[in-house]
Design a binder for this molecule. Sequence first.
Ligand SMILES: [Zn+2]
Length: 271
Amino acid sequence: MIAAASAAAFAVAAGASGRWNWWRRKISGGMPVLVYHKVGDYPEGSRLKALWVKTSQFRRQMEYLKKRGYTTITFSQWRDSLIAKTPLPQKPVLVTFDDGYANNYTEAYPILKELGMKGNIFLVYEMMDGHNAWHDPATERHVPMLTWAQIREMQEGGVMEMGSHTMRHRNLAAIPAEDVRWELVESKKRLEEKLGREMVGFAYPYGAGAFVPQVRQAARDAGYFFDFAFRQGISPAAWKPEMGAIRRLYVRGDDFMLDLYLNLTRGRARL
Ligand SMILES: [Zn+2]
C-alpha cells in the first residue's frame, strides 16, 4: 500500500516536472516493441552506458509486463496473426534485443524462461562466437557475443526467436548499394542455413537506412516480413509494409518504471 501510494506520488511529481510525456494521449491498437541491447552491469570505461540495462532492472520490467497483463510474442506469432489471422493475445508486446550479446543468454534468457516469456534477438552474423568488433573500443568495450550453441538452445526452447541484424553491422545508409544488398541477403541466407528457421525479422544497424527509400526497398526485396527501425514510437498491430519500418521503444539503462509505462502506453517516455 505504501509502495503504491509513493509510486503514485512520484508519478504525479514526475508528470508535473515536464520531463516526461505524461500529457500524451494513450495509444490503442498498437504493437509495442521494446529494444534492449546489453543486459548486466556496464564495464568500466563504457561511454554507451545507456545501452546497458541492469539484470535486476530487466527482471523488474519483465515482471511489470506480466503483472499488467501483457503477453510477449515472437516475430512469427505477429506475422501469423497478419497472414493467417491467428488471434493475438490481449496486450501483445515484442521484447527485442539488438546485436546478439552473450549477456542476452547469461542475464536475460534465464529470466524470460523463468517467467514463461519470450524474446527476439537480431544477430550480426559474422560477429557471433566473437565480439562486437564494429565498436571502437575507446567508446565501447569489446564484450563477447552469443555462441551458436547458446543461440540454438534459446531457439529450440521456444524462448527466443532470431532475426537478422546484417553480416557486419555497417551503416547501410553509407555503403554502396551492392554492399547493402549483400548485408541483407547474405545474412538472411546464412542464418537460415545455420539455424534451420526462416528469418522473419530484420533490424537496421544504428537504425540507419530505415527511412531511406532505396535501403528500405533493398530490405523488403531481401524477403524479410518485418523491418524494424530505431525510431521511437508504436506501429499499428495491423502493420503493413507501406506504413514504413516498424517503430520501437528504446529501453535505457537509466530508465525509471515510469518510462516503461509511458513508452508502452504513449509510444514515448521523455521529451
Ligand atoms: Zn545494432
